[in-house]
Every structure is written in structure tokens, then in C-alpha cells.
Design a binder for this molecule. Structure first.
Ligand code: UGA
Length: 422
């Protein structure tokens, strides 16, 4: 099929590249020329394992990036994968969604050779597909018979390529039979359960899945904080709890809390929708509050051992919001670094992939090119990201001035690291 993707961010780029690998012909549209040029040079603007290889395989063949919208006219399917950043009250800013819908309508006015289908992949509040995308396009071109679908994405950063080709489920949110069949055909080479539902239910499924996963993490952190007081290892507790198939062992890892561009934003957005509907989002407020308190717990453990942090050199291992990505959005290392700085400490940072991005946030910090360099002469160490290479660290800790090591991710294998919840 001919597919256009509007928005060459994380979701659009991964989805477009993977669809090209499924033999579709894909154009990714973005307003950022640097990004478009990078994609066309087969250089991924983000770090995502396996993406560069797929880009190299398909760019210039059945995949390209463009600043122009004209490929929409000849596309079977147009995906909207633009950002929905949070407003100050936690609700989602839908201005990029509106402008994508307007641009689609403009191109359909010029001409279209296919029965046009518009698919929303961005995370959008319930009702957006119908009330914003459909209404905007229909308002401009009432005579064109456009099909609509909400098809949420469930990709995890760092594992997105695998998640695309081995999804747990594909959600098709549409009541239009032509659209449903076309989307099934688009993904026919993927072995996955398919759930066909309404577009509003599909929008809710995405928020609910992310909020549930975030709730599992905050629940584990609350239990972990108690376990710490009781001198019990919460990882042993959750191993026993997760063996119950109704609970499952996943997303029960207590520690520094969740970050990233999705969980904090989506939970806040869902809480704001609940409040707008005259309900009290008691549970989701607690999920966010537990999460925002976890980084401080790490600082308090450090203070317990060092008394004062003033002038102390603290190695911060891990800047990305999780392993296998260079993304630092809402990373738990950000509040930790802020607290270290306000206590007069000197953070000395290391991350295998995310240093360049963190320099944009904290240009004046000390950044090292290895964990070993960051640990040298350090008065303390905080482990903020679950990078597998940190599990290998051992002798490197003997370079520290004071061997005080706080693990926020249960990743270290040395016996004397203190866990934030264990
Ligand atoms: C999350 C969802 O897992 C994806 O299914 C979804 O598609 C995506 O959001 C999205 O909405 O786009 P992602 O944000 O890439 O994916 O990362 P996760 O692997 O879910 O991790 C999120 C955060 O939770 C990380 O900071 C991680 O360290 C933390 N985490 C995860 C824990 O603290 N404990 C756990 O047990 C698991």
C-alpha cells in the first residue's frame, strides 16, 4: 500500500520504517528540515536499536521523508503521528492534531486517487478522532468520503522494532467496514490478535493501558518503601506476587520511578479528564505523587550516609529515562540532579547514550565517558537507569573516595549497594 505518515517523531519514524519493511511504500512528512534530511540520509535522528539498519535497507527504495504533503493525494492510508504535548493543567495540546487534519483536507481538495483513510496513532483524548479529526476534515471537504480509524501504538522505546513486529495486540478503532478490512490488510504479515472496536474505546484503551502500567510501578514503589522500613527485599516479595498469573511479573520493579514521554504525561492527562468529568482521580493522583517522591528518597539515603552533600562529588550513573535509549524526557535523573545541585553537591554524570541530550538541560555539569571515570574520587554514587552495563561494574567502585552506593534500579550486582526500596 501507499502510506503517508504525518510526524517524523519517535512513533512516526519507527512505524513508517517498519511499514516499509512490511513492503509498503512509505512517505514520512515532517516540518523539520534537519530531521527530513537525516532520515533521507538513512541516519536516524533518535537512537533506537535496529532502526538504522532498517532505514539503510529501505531509504531511497520504498521509504522517504519529505517536507511536502503531496504524497497524501496518492496514499491508501494517512497516519497522524504528531505529538500531543501536555498543557499546564495536564490536558493534551491538540494543536498539532488539528493542523495535521487541516493539511490532509487541503491535499484531498487538490486531488486524491484512492479512497482516503485517515488513521490516528498519536495518543489522543477520547473523542478526538470523531470530534476533531473527522469534523475538521469533513468541514473542509464535505463531498469526499474519508474513512477514519484510531489505531493506538504500544511501542516501548528501546524495544520498539521488536514490539512493532511482535505486538501483543492490534487495536482497530473504527465502525467503517472498508477501513477495518484495509487496516487488517496493512498488518496482515504480523501475527497478532486484533481487536476491532469504536474509535473512542480505542483512544481509551491506550490511556488505560499506560495508566495501568504506571499504577503497577507506583504500587510496587509504595510496597517497596514499606519493605525498606521492614528490611525486606521488595524484589523477593514481587517475585512471589508476580507468579500469580492474574498479576503477572512485569512492571513490578520498584525503584526511582517512571519517566519518559508517555507515562507521566498520559497519567496526568487521564487524571485531568476524570476531573473535567466531575470525578476525583484519587488513584491516579496517588500514582503521580508516589512517582514524584521516589527521587527524593534516593537523596535522603545519600544524606543519611554523608550527613551533608555540600561540596561532595556524586557520581550519577544513568541519565536516560530507561535503558537502551538516549531519551531523557521526564527522566528521574533530572530531579535527582536538581536536588544534588541545590544541596551544593557536584554531580559527575555518565550515560552510554544520553549525555548529549542531558547537556541541553544541564550544560554546566561534569560529564564522563565511562562509569569508571565518573566513580573516580566520588563521595557517593546514585544509579538512575537500568543499563545492563551497570550490572558488570565491580572493581570500578573501589576508585570511589567513599564507597556509598545507592541503586535506584536494582541493577547492581555488588553486595554493598543500598537499594532505594530494598
Ligand atoms: C510506555 C509503554 O510501555 C508502551 O507500551 C507505550 O507504547 C509507550 O509508553 C507510549 O505510550 O508511547 P516507554 O515509555 O517507552 O513505553 O517505556 P517503559 O518501558 O514502559 O518504561 C517507562 C518507565 O517506567 C521507565 O522510566 C522505566 O524505568 C520505568 N519502569 C518500568 C519502572 O520503574 N519499573 C518497571 O517495572 C517498569
Amino acid at each position: 500500500m501507499n502510506v503517508t505518515i504525518i510526524g517524523g517523531g519517535y512513533v512516526g519514524l519507527v512505524t513508517g520504517t517498519c511499514l516499509a519493511h512490511l513492503d509498503h511504500t512509505v512517505t514520512i512528512i515532517d516540518i523539520d528540515k534537519t530531521k527530513v534530511d537525516a532520515i533521507n540520509d538513512a541516519k536516524s535522528p533518535i537512537y533506537e536499536e535496529g532502526l538504522d539498519v532498517l532505514l539503510k535497507e529501505h531509504i531511497g527504495k520504498n521509504l522517504k521523508a519529505s517536507l511536502e504533503y503531496s504524497s497524501i493525494q496518492t496514499s491508501d492510508i494517512v497516519f497522524i503521528t504528531v505529538g500531543t504535548p501536555p498543557n499546564t493543567d495536564g490536558s493534551s495540546n491538540l494543536s498539532y492534531i488539528r493542523s495535521a487534519a487541516e493539511n490532509i483536507a487541503k491535499e484531498y481538495m487538490i486531488g486524491h486517487t484512492q479512497h482516503p483513510i485517515v488513521v490516528i496513532k498519536s495518543t489522543v483524548p477520547p473523542g478526538t478522532t470523531d470530534n476533531i479529526v473527522r469534523k475538521t476534515i469533513q468541514g473542509c471537504i464535505p463531498d469526499v468520503n474519508v474513512g477514519y480509524c484510531m489505531n493506538p501504538e504500544f511501542l516501548r522505546e528501546g524495544r520498539a522494532i521488536v514490539d512493532f513486529f511482535e505486538p501483543d495486540r492490534i487495536i482497530i478503532g473504527s465502525s467503517d467496514q472498508v477501513v477495518i478490512e484495509k487496516i487488517k490488510e496493512l498488518y496482515e504479515n504480523l501475527d497478532s490478535p486484533i481487536l476491532v472496536t469504536g474509535s473512542t474505546a480505542a483512544e481509551m484503551i491506550k490511556y488505560t493501558a499506560n495508566a495501568f502500567l504506571a499504577t503497577k510501578i507506583s504500587f510496587s514503589n509504595e510496597i517497596g518503601n514499606l519493605c525498606k522500613k521492614l528490611n525486606v527485599d521488595v524484589y523477593e516479595v514481587m517475585k512471589g506476587v508476580g507468579l500469580d498469573h492474574r498479576i503477572s511479573p512485569f512492571f513490578l520493579n520498584a525503584g526511582a520511578g517512571f519517566g519518559g514521554s508517555c507515562f507521566p504525561k498520559d497519567v496526568a492527562s487521564l487524571a485531568s479528564m476524570i476531573a473535567q468529568n466531575d470525578l476525583d482521580p484519587v488513584l491516579l493522583k496517588a500514582v503521580l505523587s508516589i512517582n514524584s517522591n521516589q527521587p527524593e528518597k534516593m537523596i535522603l539515603l545519600l544524606k543519611n550516609r554523608l550527613i551533608s552533600l555540600n561540596g561532595k562529588r556524586i557520581a550519577v550513573l544513568g541519565l536516560a529515562f530507561k535503558d537502551n535509549t538516549d531519551d531523557i524526557r521526564e527522566s528521574r535523573s533530572i530531579p535527582v540532579i536538581e536536588m544534588l545541585l541545590s544541596s551544593g553537591a557536584v554531580p559527575v554524570c555518565y550515560d552510554p547514550k544520553a549525555t548529549e541530550n542531558m547537556i541541553q538541560v544541564f550544560p554546566d555539569l561534569m560529564y564522563c565517558s565511562s562509569a569508571k571515570d565518573a566513580l573516580k574520587d566520588a563521595d557517593g554514587c546514585l544509579v538512575m537507569t537500568e543499563w545492563p552495563e551497570f550490572a558488570e561494574l565491580d572493581e570500578e567502585f573501589s576508585l570511589m573516595k567513599n564507597r556509598i552506593i545507592i541503586d535506584g534500579r536494582h541493577i547492581l550486582t555488588i553486595p554493598d549497594a543500598e537499594g532505594v526500596c530494598w
